[in-house]
Design a protein around this ligand. Structure first.
Ligand code: FAD
Length: 417
């Protein structure tokens, strides 16, 4: 980059995956001005997926999930401001206000504040109730788990089911409560959600669907159970609340940024109507041109790719170059017991009915605990789900990217060896 006089101070808010990738990408895009990376947590950037897996089971220790070696931040010349959340943004004065009263000026801003767990209405603060988003959350929960501990997980989404699987590996007695008719319904639909969740029954984890949580019971001495809508109580020593996340954008109120379940961005990840301000990762909402849909995605690959692209586009903007759209096929994985779930694509958008989908297992079977299922709608391939058959899943990413038809996808699956 020929250093633009307009862009010499870049601030990145959110020192995790998207924020780190953005900082690295600024340097690889040739930007040589200052970078300040602001993070609410005390930790250097670390990887979140192991928090519900190998960190929770104790197989890994925190140093194994560092996203970059501590001494290598100097190499990319990034000033870290950790343990201090941003609390305000003034887009006119180009200033980020910090919780300790300082304010940090910027010419360019990248927002990567991710998402924070939702809580249940009236959720009490008794000891033994946990959410699972940060390293500290995971270590605290891990300390409470062990042989014979009664764990109730509220929410049969991916995080809840991963926590259930890890708790089970540690010898806990685990029950999962879900208000919807099937586990994993939001991402996979009812039929495939049930199919994937069969692996839990094989490990003696009971998943109770269609149940409403009325209250979490306990006292200042600790949680004792979860009362259901029918008045019955499921006894618990530990309760894990896994009812989803909301974008961490509260600090942006009054900033002038458009907020609608995330920071509303253009296809390039630039915040709408705001020059030199970008968002990336779990907090960003953008029109994905491949799917003809405005989306916000809460997965690792999306955060890593968006962080890098948002930064590259900020540098492009300063250089007067054309911005690149972020058009990607969403992808995520989840590890439960010895199984790996993968999903690429996008299915069950708001307003879409499962009955309008063609869902077909094209390899393996549910009983084997290994299968690949295609999701089609209106003659087009929309998603691919795999359970422990990774080799057969990823090749479909290219088909999804080019909008392949349902027939083409079936033919491709039949030809896979
Ligand atoms: P985050 O990782 O949420 O980071 C945002 C950072 O910003 C945080 O450090 C936060 O403290 C900080 N922050 C927030 N507000 C402020 C503020 N006001 N000021 C300063 N800093 C702030 N995805 C998969 O694809 N596969 C998986 O198997 C998988 N497993 C997961 C398991 C767990 C337990 C969790 C929590 C997530 C998992 N994910 C998984 C999702 C994946 O980790 C996220 O999509 C990814 O971390 C998003 O990165 P991000 O940088 O956008 O946000």
């Amino acid at each position: 980059m020929t250093e633009s006089s307009e862009l010499t101070r870049i601030v990145v808010v959110g020192a995790s995956l998207a924020g780190l990738r953005a900082s690295e990408s600024l340097r690889s895009s040739g930007y040589s001005g200052s970078i300040r990376l602001i993070g609410a947590e005390d930790h250097l950037p670390y990887d979140r997926p192991p928090l519900s897996k190998k960190i929770l089971t104790g197989e890994w220790e925190p140093e194994q999930i560092a996203l970059r070696k501590a001494d290598s931040f100097a190499e990319i010349d990034v000033e870290m401001l950790l343990g201090v959340p941003a609390v305000a943004l003034d887009t006119r004065a180009h200033e980020v206000g910090l919780a300790d009263g300082r304010s940090v000026s910027y010419d360019g801003l990248i927002i990567a504040t991710g998402a924070a767990p939702r809580r249940l209405p009236g959720q009490p603060g008794y000891p033994g109730i946990f959410e699972l988003r940060t390293l500290d959350d995971s270590l605290e929960l891990r300390a409470a788990l062990g042989e014979g501990v009664r764990v109730v997980v509220i929410g049969a989404g991916f995080i809840g089911l991963e926590a259930a699987s890890s708790a089970r590996r540690l010898g806990c007695r685990v029950t999962v409560l879900e208000g919807a008719p099937a586990p994993l319904i939001r991402g996979l639909g009812a039929e495939m959600g049930r199919a994937v969740a069969t692996i839990h029954a094989a490990h003696d984890v009971e998943i109770r669907c269609d149940v409403q949580v009325a209250a979490i019971e306990g006292s200042s001495a600790g949680v004792t159970g979860v009362r259901l809508g029918d008045g019955s109580v499921v006894a618990a020593d530990v309760v894990v609340v896994g009812v989803g996340v909301a974008p961490a954008t509260g600090w942006l109120a009054g900033s002038g940024l458009e907020l609608r379940d995330g920071i509303v961005c253009e296809a390039s990840l630039r915040a709408v109507g705001m020059g030199y301000v970008y968002a990336a990762g779990d907090c960003a909402r953008w029109p994905n041109q491949l799917f003809d849909e405005e989306m916000r995605v809460e997965h690792w690959t999306n955060a890593a790719e968006q962080g890098a692209l948002a930064a590259a586009n900020l540098v492009r903007e300063a250089n007067g170059e054309e911005l690149e759209a972020y058009s990607a096929v969403p992808f995520f994985w989840s590890d439960q017991y010895d199984r790996r779930v993968q999903f690429i694509g996008r299915a069950f958008l708001p307003g879409e009915d499962e009955a309008d989908y063609d869902i077909r297992i094209v390899r393996g079977t549910v009983d084997e605990g290994k299968f690949v299922a295609l999701y089609g709608r209106r003659g087009r391939l929309r998603g691919v789900l795999g359970l422990s058959l990774p080799k057969y899943v990823m090749p479909f990413r290219a088909l999804l990217a080019r909008g392949a038809s349902w027939d083409e996808a079936l033919e491709f699956a039949a030809g896979q060896t």
